[in-house]
Design a protein around this ligand. Structure first.
Ligand code: SAH
Length: 497
């Protein structure tokens, strides 16, 4: 049966909800949001509805359903768990020509409640006419993900200036073109950046037909570690709106597949030691496309501000007056830890976390090793696959226990993920034995041992036996290892000499 879609104004209008449980409570909340005066009829109220009654938000008719309850109502909802009562409510409402919704019973309902996407004052309502409510819900989820939250304020702005827009663009075609520019242009982008005053100024400029001050723009987006499910909604929206995507090699194929089909994808990847596009080359590409008025997404693995040169790129854009936004992503340390079952902090094992990069000797030289070697903290080492030996030696030399557990996570969050665990003493040997390749992240610290028990994603960790042997040793009195550390410290001194 085709339905007639309708948005009802319930402001201050009495609405009756029959039923006092959780289902009724959800309907009541939606009705209150629309400003309705809600009376709940039920022998007794659940805790949520009782609280609403105590707060004076609803009225209560105690007892079993009686037709007299319908007297002042504009609309009725039957939400009891008793089908016979629901049927009686529906029949009584029909007698009085009142619209009634019987929850989860399309046949008894004369109006349906749609799935709603709320971008007030905009609202999108979806109905399947009772045929497949689950499809309506799934569609809602999909639209929720693609419609950005700046739409609400944008519509509110348009509403405030409606008369002036009409006066300025009397012809419907011109008005339509104006709204289209509003929808896609700088005003919307400023609202997304939370810059209301500038958005209003840009709006005034658009109304006066002054050329828009901003042409193209760049969104610096964190793509996360690989699993496309770890993208943020904002990242997904940016990918949906992009004209050009400049992405690193580390960004997974699955993530790129979510981008707008006709977006121009350019790989500007960098591999350890082998640079495809220089940083200057990337800057030039951003500038070229932004100047051509395109929406550029600069897509980086993980988070753009964690070992991602995001800062440098933004400084360059600022120098050239290109507008930008930043969308954070889930950084490798956070993602790899989660997908390997390693809590980065733990009340019993680690009170702090350090993110460190170790991609070459000179970067190692600048680190504060005494601080890094402290116990009861977690190190997350990025880009360290090539420097594991030197890393191990320096940590031992500065007193970190040789039996400190590590977890090396290769291709974290991806289908090929591998986790290797062991102890600091064996770190480079273990990595070599299992032929660990980039991208891999090292987590070092007491918490890493938990991977053996808490892993849940992909293949079980490798090297568990080695770690278990050391765990048994760890139950011996503490500090049985300093001799090893002292030995290595001596070795280091010799090397330095
Ligand atoms: N901006 C990125 C880091 C870039 S540096 C972020 O926030 O994650 C590149 C290093 O990140 C790699 O050498 C590796 O150490 C780590 N890395 C990135 N993605 C990874 C993944 N899926 N699995 C393991 N390590 C990863």
């Amino acid at each position: 049966m085709p339905l007639f879609p309708l948005f009802a104004d319930l402001q201050l209008r009495p609405v009756l909800v029959v039923g006092g449980g959780l289902v009724a409570e959800r309907k009541v909340e939606a009705l209150l949001k629309a400003g309705a005066r809600v009376t709940v009829g039920a022998p007794e109220l659940g805790t949520g509805l009782a609280a609403a009654l105590a707060a004076g938000r609803i009225a209560h008719r105690a007892g079993l359903f009686s037709e007299a309850w319908l007297e002042t109502a504009w609309l009725v909802v039957a939400a009891t768990s008793d089908p016979a009562i629901n049927r009686r409510v529906a029949a009584a409402a029909a007698d009085r020509r009142l619209f009634v919704n019987v929850v989860d019973d399309a046949g008894l309902s004369s109006f349906h409640v749609p799935a709603v996407i709320d971008r007030a004052p905009l609202a999108i309502a979806i109905s399947s006419g009772g045929a497949a409510p689950m499809f309506a819900r799934l569609l809602r989820e999909r639209l929720e993900a693609t419609l950005d939250h700046a739409l609400g304020p944008l519509a509110a702005l348009a509403a405030r200036f409606r008369q002036r827009i009409r006066a300025r663009h009397a012809a419907p075609a011109a008005r339509r073109a104006f709204y289209e520019r509003l929808f896609n242009g700088p005003v919307a982008s400023l609202l997304r950046r939370g810059q209301t005053a500038l958005a209003e100024a840009a709006f005034e400029a658009a109304l006066a037909d002054r050329p828009a001050p901003i042409l193209g723009s760049v969104v610096l987006v964190g793509a996360g570690p690989g699993d496309p499910g770890l993208l943020t909604l904002k990242a997904l929206r940016a990918l949906n709106q992009a004209d050009v995507i400049l992405h690193d090699r580390l960004v997974s194929r699955e993530v790129l597949e979510l981008a707008r089909r006709d977006a121009h994808r350019i790989e500007v990847g960098k591999e350890a030691g082998r640079h495809h596009t220089t940083q200057a080359g990337i800057h030039a590409l951003m500038l070229e496309h932004a100047h051509a008025g395109r929406r550029v997404v600069r897509l980086k693995g993980g988070d753009p501000f964690v070992f991602g040169r995001g800062g440098e790129e933004l400084e360059f854009l600022r120098e050239h007056d290109i507008a930008f936004e930043v969308v954070p992503g889930i950084t490798a340390a956070v993602a790899c830890a989660a997908y390997a079952g390693v809590p980065l902090t733990h009340r019993d094992h680690a009170q702090s976390l350090r993110l460190v990069t170790a991609h070459c000797q000179s970067s190692l030289d600048t680190l504060d090793w005494a601080a890094l070697a402290q116990e009861r903290q977690t190190l997350a080492v990025y880009m360290g696959v090539g420097e594991l030996e030197s890393l191990r030696d320096r940590l031992l030399a500065h007193g970190r226990g040789a039996d400190t557990p590590f977890a090396l996570i290769e291709n974290g969050s991806r289908a090929q993920q591998r986790v290797i665990v062991g102890t600091l003493a064996q770190l480079p040997e273990q990595a070599h034995r299992h032929a660990v390749r980039s991208p891999a992240l090292l987590i070092l610290g007491e918490v890493a041992a938990l991977a053996t028990r808490l892993h849940w994603f992909g293949a079980p960790p490798l090297g568990v036996d080695d770690l278990a042997a050391h765990e048994a040793m760890a139950s011996l009195p503490q500090r049985t290892q300093p001799s090893a550390a002292a030995e290595i410290r001596d070795r280091m001194r010799c090397r330095a000499a």
